[in-house]
Design a protein around this ligand. Structure first.
Ligand code: SAM
Ligand code: SF4
Length: 340
């Protein structure tokens, strides 16, 4: 049963994370020095943002979520690209928050624009927020994201807590030679701030096809390093569908999560469906197939036809991904387009 819908509201972003949109000079230098080759996107940027006409309107998204709620979807997460680049996002939040059956409405953001939007989003019905924070060192933060934004993200984390958007989750993608020396300090930060902190393996979904297996810091290694420092207590997953292995840090409410889709795939219990900003449905991040819902919506399809379409996509959901196997092919769409 699929319960979790991730809705990408834009493919645009104001950051250029070197694991997602590796298009900065720093990213080019890093990959060039390491592998003798820059990311494809640095050599020739072929990616273009989607034209506005192709992006689903708030009314179209509201309709899809309403129909999906009728099929068992209970949790919605708004993502992107950077979702806070979408004008008046609080209006979409308000629409989704009042859909019967949706009991959890969350946002994933890089945090840069959150201080400007936070109160309006909370007042519109946003329940929770996750931020990306890959480094606590401002120079390293800039190297990873292409922006001088560490202070703003730290401010966003505190603000989300003050506004009661709890628990505040923070995601860090760990990359060998970039931020793996910060594993312990990031965990210490989680402990100090009472956060749910997720360490994520680098997945082959960047726009420059720059991913290399040797850049992946395996979840097991992260766990061993943290266990050497803290008495971690396993947290029983509330849902079988949990993608993170969860561990409580001693003392407070802080929690560590390890998301290891590359070294320890969890496909068998993934219950997510993804709606891209241009209205395609994907049953898996690594799907080679996309299902064109926008065409159906704009052709005037009846509710029942859309429900049938969603049921069919779920039925065809891939059993698992194939990273690490000879036949693995990186999907044409990148994380910034699909919505992480
Ligand atoms: N811009 C927002 C942000 O960064 O939080 C939301 C979209 S971003 C695509 C969602 C999540 O995907 C982030 O936590 C990011 O770290 C993660 N992500 C992006 N590219 C990734 C990759 N190649 N491997 C693993 N995680 C990735
Ligand atoms: Fe933008 Fe998020 Fe991708 Fe970073 S991870 S480039 S913030 S979409």
């Amino acid at each position: 049963m699929l319960q979790d819908l991730r809705v990408s509201v834009t493919d645009r972003c104001n950051f250029r994370c070197l694991y997602c949109l590796p298009e900065t000079e720093e990213a080019a230098n890093f990959y060039q020095n390491r592998f003798g080759q820059p990311p494809a996107s640095a050599a020739r940027i072929t990616r273009q943002w989607q034209h506005h006409d192709r992006i689903l309107t708030f009314e179209e998204i509201e309709r899809v979520v309403t129909l999906a709620a009728g099929l068992g979807i209970e949790k919605v997460r708004l993502t992107g690209g950077e979702p806070l680049l979408r004008q008046q996002l609080e209006k979409l939040v308000e629409k989704i928050a009042r859909i019967p059956g949706i009991r959890d409405l969350a946002l994933t953001s890089n945090g840069f624009f959150f201080p400007r939007k936070a109160t309006a989003l909370r007042d519109a019905g946003l329940r929770r927020v996750s931020f990306s924070l890959d480094s606590l060192d401002s120079a390293n933060f800039k190297k990873i994201t292409g922006r001088d934004g560490l202070e703003l993200v730290l401010e966003s984390i505190d603000l989300a807590r003050e506004l009661g958007l709890q628990p505040v989750k923070v995601n860090a993608v760990m990359i060998r030679g970039i931020n793996d020396h910060e594993i312990e300090s990031l965990a210490e930060f989680a402990l100090r701030k009472n956060l749910v902190f997720r360490f994520i393996e680098f997945m082959p979904l960047d726009s420059g096809r720059a991913w290399h297996r040797e850049l992946v810091v395996p979840g097991r290694e992260i766990l061993q390093r943290l266990q050497a420092r803290y008495a971690l207590q396993p947290v029983a997953g509330r849902h079988a569908s949990e993608t993170a292995q969860r561990w409580a840090l001693p003392g407070g409410q802080a929690e560590i999560g390890i998301i290891a889709p590359v070294s320890e795939p969890f496909c068998g219990h993934c219950n997510r469906l993804r709606l891209t900003a241009d209205g395609k449905i994907r049953a898996c991040l690594f799907s080679m197939a996309e299902h064109d819902l926008r065409g159906l919506l704009r052709a005037g399809a009846a509710d029942e036809a859309i429900r049938d379409f969603l049921r069919e996509v779920v039925w065809q959901k891939e059993a698992r991904h194939h990273i690490g196997e000879a036949e693995f092919v990186q999907p044409a769409r990148t994380m910034s387009c699909i919505g992480g």
